[in-house]
Ligand binder design. Sequence first.
Ligand SMILES: Nc1ncnc2c1ncn2[C@@H]1O[C@H](COP(=O)(O)OP(=O)(O)OP(=O)(O)O)[C@@H](O)[C@H]1O
Length: 562
Amino acid sequence: MLGLLKYGRDKLGAGVIEAIFDWLPTVLPVIIALELAANRAMEAIVVVGVLGIFWLLYITIYERHHRHDWAMSAKRELRDRYFEALYQRNDAAAATGADNAVIQRDLGGLNNLDMFYSTLFPTSLQAMMTYLLLIALSIWYRSWLALLPLACVLLIGFAMMFLGKQMSAQNKTHLAGFLKMGGRFINDLRGMNILVMYNAADRYGQKFADESEYFRQATMNLLKTQLQVLFVINGFVYLTVFVGGFVTALQLIGGQLPVAGAFATWFTLAMMMVNARQLGYFVHVVKSNGPSLAAILGTIAKAKAAPATVRITDNRPLKQITLDQTTIGYAPDKPLVTDIDATLKPGKLYGLAGENGTGKSTLIQAILGRLETLSGTIMADNTAVSALSNAQKAAVFGYVTADEYLFSGTVQENLLLGNRFGDTWQQKLDDLGLMQFVPRLEKGYDTKVGEGGRLLSPGQRQQLAFARMLLADKTVYLLDEMTSSIDKVNAAAILAAVKKLSQEKIVLFISHDLAAMAQADVVWFIHDQHLIVANHEKLYQEQPAYRRLVDNPETMQKEGAR
Ligand SMILES: Nc1ncnc2c1ncn2[C@@H]1O[C@H](COP(=O)(O)OP(=O)(O)OP(=O)(O)O)[C@@H](O)[C@H]1O
């Protein structure tokens, strides 16, 4: 837990000031009691006055602007470091459901850090100061009251050892139940039409109900243990305050303690126990998030230092992307394409062809810097694409697939998501011959597209997705099966726009329709784990495998139209 103190250091002072001022209500009554007991009423008024002025200044000037400064800054720093480290893994394409579950768990842990920075640490500091005050008072009045909190904390500690283990296991079951239920819900919702078509909605309804019941049980168990924890902590705390009061009263009656001393020691003990009660609960909550905290700190510790040499800036045109002796694949012993030497430049249209499963999409993932190469390099001018930050990748690459997401607003709202052409966007689209279908829609560009674009045809959706990326004015366009499963007219419109776009941008497109490759100036053909670079005619004449694909498109299109 102490590792958490490394973050937000520049604002740590603000956290300490906040803790000290929050402690004033504890110490002030003790000071007043002691001053009054010593017949120093005037001094008591002066102390209260001075501290009161400080307090007012703190509340009106300082606290309003700096409350929780440290907590927020530390949490932000930790969260940023965690996400940076996570993104650095560069394997978004290979992320699994298990990864997602871990990330969700860690995000829950990050949220609970509020507790550490804004409550646990200041309360610990206050408890320490109160305890020092109690020790001083106990020594002064020769009382042994300072030992009582120690006994209480020990007893709470023992009880927590048993309950803590139970709670950690229950936390895990609770989260697993939640993820499973949530996952099924999303999955079934996506496939709802299919469930209805197969008359299987009831069966899935039953499965969902079973998982909800499991989750409900897990939640109830967790709540039960949490209540036990609260009961144990509160029980010991109130018992200590009661025993302390009883002992103090006896000492007062026996004349061992003056009234002021009795009040000061018992009041300090009671305040100390209020802090201990909070501490016990918060330590417990932070500890039960132990696995996610350890994972967060572990992920950050593993992160590489950010590369310092990246120079590509937003929207700066690239001269070329170069693949040099590049081998791609998911496992070193099973490369998909080996020793690729090739270059992409603006001014030419590049097509990427090959049978199903030869590695076309994988090559695009590698060019996007999302998948590390098995060997060799992929450079964007002088910078390795894998060294680009995510923001830089987003600024440089326009990646469009067959299944891009559309938001449920209007055609125009979707189109202008990242528009960099100001008011001339419509002119830009007209020049490229895109979105010609819009005037035929009921409300033109103001037509609603529905959730995921379901009110448009697949061809219109794909045109809209492509046009949207085009208006974002990227430097490199990587288009993966963007015209699959749409009619010839729509596909031709997109292909014509792609051709025009390639006059100024770097454009590489994958298509199962090998007739489209005739439009490309250069074709990258993956065959037998090698990339062959030529033009369509040459490949058709010299590569029997390519000729076969062109002459028998149905062999690929069956799969291509997934
Ligand atoms: N994340 C992954 N982890 C491991 N193997 C993968 C992963 N993604 C794809 N593959 C495998 O890598 C091979 C190449 O897949 P890829 O999608 O790049 O082929 P493709 O040429 O684009 O195919 P298609 O024409 O069907 O779209 C396939 O055998 C596929 O099963």
